[in-house]
Write a protein of this length. Sequence first.
Length: 209
Amino acid sequence: MPRVSQERLDARRRQILDAAARCFARNGFHATSMQDVLKEADLSAGAVYRYFTGKEELIAAIVAEVISEIRGAFQEAAARRPLPSPEILIGMVIRQILGKEPTLGPNGGSLYPRLMVQVWAETLRNPDLQNVLNDGFAQVRQPWVEIVEAYQDAGMMRADIPALSVARTLIALAQGFAAQYALFGDVPVQVVELGLKALMSMEDPAART
């Protein structure tokens, strides 16, 4: 019997993870059964259990992957040169996140923000996954501190505010947008871009006198 290639094994695992992600995004981790995943993936139980021993292992794989993908989106934006303005940078992160699987919901929008919210909730009950989240956030935070320091050096941001405070706020903007998208439906990315641009343009009236 010919051996199954690694490429085919990887593709089958990807098929299972994508199907599980769609189920979890729609119904949550704990309302989704393995039968739901089997049906979504259009695979037999034997085919799925070859890769995952059960739902908890599948959940852990999805959580780790989502955290890794979000970390990658932030780090990729942080590596941009020349450095875009903050609203453009945040827009880049959000668009990359919205373009990930699972991409299409019932109304044609992204299901990924719903999956993100499920992941955040899951890390609250699982210390091991919480550690994965903490490590991922730490890896995102440092390059964004460096971004803020570059903005401060260029005179684009006040230099008397700790760079870490600003970095965490910028990251929170993207996280908050994802939460709004998940809760209220399709929201144009331009909303947060324009909002951040307006906030960045504010001046202290006292400085004019």
